[in-house]
Design a protein around this ligand. Structure first.
Ligand SMILES: Cc1cc2nc3c(=O)[nH]c(=O)nc-3n(C[C@H](O)[C@H](O)[C@H](O)COP(=O)(O)O)c2cc1C
Length: 180
């Protein structure tokens, strides 16, 4: 059931360095490509980063708080540029559309049995430099992907509680208004 998949997705941090086969990486990429986009512009680009050397370049871009991501076997950097999608007055759709593609990838990774954790804590300019993205795009996020472990000793104490319990959500009444 789709609702079970939504419940299963969590931003887990305790990961095992189990490799993600290329066949699974391709399934994730294909899922991302099915996302809707304004005028079907498909403004997203993805870097699938695996293997010791490429991951070590990516590690250099991480903030200290994302130390846990260094155990991941796959990082998927996603980026876009406002110029690649609709801009309607103040509405810039590139980030919106790219977010939907990224979420398709995250849910597919979840269905394949991986933890897939989006992060903003990294240096975009370092990633642009290490992976030759020129000019640097307007929007970038990383998805940290790996097999989850129940061994929480790999995490700092502050992260152990969040691993066990989903951070609380706003009530629907706090962000929804119904009109009939
Ligand atoms: C755009 C974005 C940036 C995030 N950046 C980080 C990050 O840098 N480090 C981190 O540990 N978690 C990061 N997260 C994960 C959130 O903290 C997490 O999704 C949120 O607390 C809700 O928890 P849940 O996804 O397990 O339900 C980020 C999530 C998003 C969507």
């Amino acid at each position: 059931m789709f609702k079970d998949l939504l419940q299963a997705r969590r931003a887990y941090r305790a990961l095992l360095p189990t490799p993600v086969p290329r066949s699974h990486q391709l399934i994730m990429a294909q899922a991302a490509s099915l996302a809707p986009s304004c005028f079907n512009h498909q403004p997203w680009k993805f870097l699938f980063i695996s293997g010791e050397h490429s991951l070590s370049l990516w590690h250099e871009a991480l903030t200290d708080g994302n130390y846990w991501a260094k155990r991941a076997s796959l990082a998927v950097v996603v980026y876009t540029d406002d110029e690649w999608d609709c801009v309607i007055k103040k509405r810039r759709y590139a980030s919106f559309d790219t977010g939907m593609a990224a979420f398709s990838l995250i849910l597919t990774a979840t269905e394949l049995g991986y933890a897939a954790h989006p992060i903003a804590g990294f240096s975009p300019s370092k990633i642009a430099e290490q992976f030759h993205i020129d000019p640097q795009p307007d929007f970038m996020a990383c998805n940290v992907i790996g097999k989850k472990t129940d061994d929480l000793s790999v995490l700092e104490e502050r992260h152990q509680k969040e691993e066990k319990e989903r951070p609380p959500r706003k009530g629907v009444d706090e962000f929804v208004r119904f009109f009939e």
